[in-house]
Design a protein around this ligand. Sequence first.
Ligand code: ADP
Ligand code: MN
Ligand code: MN
Ligand code: MN
Ligand code: MN
Length: 355
Amino acid sequence: MGVPTKRVDLWQPYMNLPQGGKVMAEYIWIDGTGGMRCKTMTLPGKVSDVKELKEWNFDGSSTKQAPGHDSDVFLRPCAIFPDPFRGGDNILVLCACYFPDGTPATNNHRHLCEKNMNLAKQHEPWFGLEQEYTLFDSDGQPYGWPKGGFPAPQGPYYCGVGTGKVFARDFIEAHYRACLYAGIKISGINAEVMPAQWEFQVGPCEGIEMGDHLWMARFLLLRIGEEWGITPSFHPKPLTEGEWNGAGCHTNYSTNETRAEGGIKAIHEYIEKLSKRHLQHIEVYGEDNEKRLTGKHETASATTFTAGVSDRGASIRIPRSVDIEGKGYLEDRRPASNIDPYRVCSVMVETTLIL
Ligand code: ADP
Ligand code: MN
Ligand code: MN
Ligand code: MN
Ligand code: MN
């Protein structure tokens, strides 16, 4: 199955029409199930700062965020990005959800994250997230896999090149370019170990920006998927039968202490603190993550905490280059692909800098 045919000849003339000076703002938010939603507002003209945007609202009873008898949920604009779909002055607006009384709505983990980032500001926490994900076709099968069968075992697919080794490269390239256009700090992409599984990296980002940029990159992935008939999945273990890798969201983390000369000392101090709060971290490191953290397929076990230099079977890996230079960052390999990055960044800062 290929790209679904869109009648580009019919559609294109409309897309070439001028907008009469108006701007389309796509308000985007996280719903009650951890999925994403969006709707569009016409603005009178170009906007250059998120503060110029109005709050909006939506029917929370249709997104598992509010009961029907009191259904209004408010959308507070948090960050704006150029819109790669509509182009021009049109924008994407990432929002946080609030109940009418001003308390954070269901799944608004940005609220607490921002508080913690403000408390930790002087440490300048940087994050780099490695978002792994799996592509599915409209029949619910991994994209490009033989119908009713399986591809050859894992081996040639990670960073693969060549027919039969790479799946949906055109789609991945489209997403990469859209992220760059939108100003997302995407730092790279690679094909993963399981065929039809990919990774993009976002970062380094400081503080709250990490969650904002990762969520927006996910939105673009889901949205572009519509055009290919592809459903990206963030499930940490999309296939439980057979020897197929799961999907994670490795969290690379540093502060001005770890990045300074001799920062490896601070890295070891952070690891010591992290070892004492393993379960509190696992709690927010993604649903169904225990299906992935088996101790096999380049993962550590969900129940024990380990750390090591260059060890891809550990909970925390110190990259070899960081150990040699004696400063830099650590990699937490435990977070699953379906994490809320606001929660993960928040608990990381809480454990290492606040508590
Ligand atoms: P891996 O070898 O684990 O596959 P990747 O190259 O996929 O690593 O990802 C490494 C990530 O680490 C990138 O997203 C990058 O932005 C991030 N990173 C690099 N330096 C730092 C740093 N000092 N602090 C936080 N993140 C960093
Ligand atoms: Mn209506
Ligand atoms: Mn990686
Ligand atoms: Mn990876
Ligand atoms: Mn990694």
